[in-house]
Design a protein around this ligand. Structure first.
Ligand code: EPZ
Length: 430
């Protein structure tokens, strides 16, 4: 199993190109199931999760092609995928595949809308909480679906004549349930209204793509989505938006080590709240042409108090990275996790490096320490893993991160991007 070794203490300086967003690319790939025509996606990141989803989609009959080959692995340039689901040959998404990645459960709505039936395994994914799917099922039922759960599978059938528009009032914000219903509603008869829809930029990106494919959608970017479905959707060409979590992760890394890095190909509006928190720490955030420049030269890191919230609040997917930064703050920070009940698995690993963190229920209190010391640590989920990378970059001496396959799920060319900016980081195979 691969490991990553980091020798800490180097400042980061230079430029880091930001990849396309994993969490937009996944539902966009799934949107290919909705049309027999070709869907072309540009700026797709080369990640383990993307590759796994392509395998799942091929199983359903999606014809897949990729433009050219990336000859220069450094810097990243994004890939162009062509997906054509002329005929859906299989409406079953098996346990072996869906259990490895939660987002693959989102094929349920599109398969049901297009084929009138689907059998999809209940999902797995990162171990960060119980993560039920009741809201997904509530949404599809509102579109007329008959749903049974049997032997770990959801067995879904559309009514005669196919799914029809419906009204859904979610009682909490769910990114996945919003994607699920949005994708299905685009191919349902009549109007669907989703109240309390997720406003995450990735949801907007999927809605924009569905509009290009022929659906009529109002309220994109707001918590009320009105979707006028179509009998048939068409092919489209769409560019995946920049990854805001990757952007925030590198921004926090620069704040952690000090230095001056331009994050190119990204946008401040995708993570305004997180960048405000970063500014509070004393780090400078500048708008530059085509990106954001992060600077911290001299000066310490001030502590902050935040709680995670759905967009536009502080993202849960950056909570672990902020905590890593706060381990060296000049005072006490408080971070409350409100989205997932079990998303603190990085705490004990950060403690191995010398961090002082007290956990009470959903709240972590972090007392900044003078220095972290490198140590062997274990990555437990994607964002927890990258928080250990940030801590390793700050620590004195060597940090070895085990189980790096979590990182490969969501960070494209992490070591190459950091090495270009002066980090001492290498992958040890085997
Ligand atoms: C998406 O997960 C992201 N995954 C997650 O990123 C992200 O952390 C999360 O949204 C929150 O922003 C992808 O986009 C692929 P939710 P999702 O449904 O859709 C509860 C990463 O590291 N809930 O918005 O699974 C749920 O338990 C990943 O890239 C229900 O109760 O998250 C949670 O408490 C990890 N019933 C809350 O809603 C449901 O039916 C929000 O979850 C669905 C969700």
């Amino acid at each position: 199993m691969d490991r990553i070794k980091i020798t800490g203490g180097q400042k980061l300086n230079g430029e880091i190109p930001i990849s396309g967003a994993k969490n937009a690319a996944l539902p966009l790939l799934i949107a290919s199931l909705l049309t027999p025509d070709r869907l072309t996606l540009k700026n797709v990141p080369n990640l383990a999760d993307v590759n796994l989803l392509v395998r799942i989609l091929r199983n359903h009959g999606v014809d897949f092609a990729i433009d050219g080959k990336r000859t220069d692995p450094n810097p990243h340039i994004g890939e162009t995928f062509h997906l054509t689901a002329r005929d859906i040959v299989d409406t079953t998404a098996p346990y072996e595949m869906v259990s490895r990645m939660r987002a693959s459960f989102w094929v349920l709505g599109p398969l049901l809308a297009r084929m009138g039936e689907a059998k999809v395994s209940l999902p797995g994914g990162c171990a960060i909480g119980t993560r039920p799917v009741d809201m997904h099922l509530q949404g599809l039922k509102a579109l007329g679906a008959d749903l049974q759960i049997d032997a770990g599978y959801v067995l879904a059938k559309a009514p005669k004549g196919g799914l029809r528009g419906g009204r859904i009032q979610f009682n909490k914000v769910s990114v996945g349930a919003t994607h699920q219903v949005l994708l299905a509603a685009a191919l349902a008869r009549g109007e669907t209204v989703i109240e309390n829809a997720a406003r995450e930029p990735e949801v907007g990106d999927v809605a924009d793509c569905l509009v290009k494919m022929g659906a009529k959608i109002e309220g994109i970017g707001t918590s009320t989505l009105r979707i006028e479905g179509r009998d048939r959707l068409e092919g489209a060409v769409h560019t995946v938006l920049p990854d805001r979590i990757e952007t925030g992760t590198f921004a926090f890394a620069v704040a952690a080590t000090g230095g001056d890095v331009t994050l190119s190909g990204t946008r401040r509006d995708l993570l305004s709240n997180a960048l405000e928190a970063l500014a509070e720490t004393g780090t400078q955030v500048h708008d530059v042409d085509g990106g954001i420049r992060i600077v911290r030269n001299g000066g310490g890191v001030a502590p902050v108090t935040i709680e995670t919230q759905p967009f536009p609040g502080f993202p849960t997917d950056l909570q672990a990275q902020l905590m890593a930064l706060m381990t060296r703050a000049s005072g006490t920070s408080v971070i409350r996790e409100t989205i997932f009940e079990n998303r603190f698995m990085h705490v004990q690993e950060l403690a191995r490096l010398g961090a002082d963190i007290q956990l009470h229920g959903d709240t972590a209190t972090i007392k900044g320490v003078k220095a972290l010391r490198g140590a062997p640590v274990m990555a437990t989920d994607l964002r927890a893993s990258v928080s250990l990378v940030i801590a390793g970059l700050m620590a004195e001496g060597d940090t070895t991160i085990n189980r790096v396959y979590h990182l490969d799920r969501g960070f494209e060319q992490l070591e190459a991007k950091l090495t270009r900016c002066g980090a001492v980081i290498e992958r040890i195979s085997g």
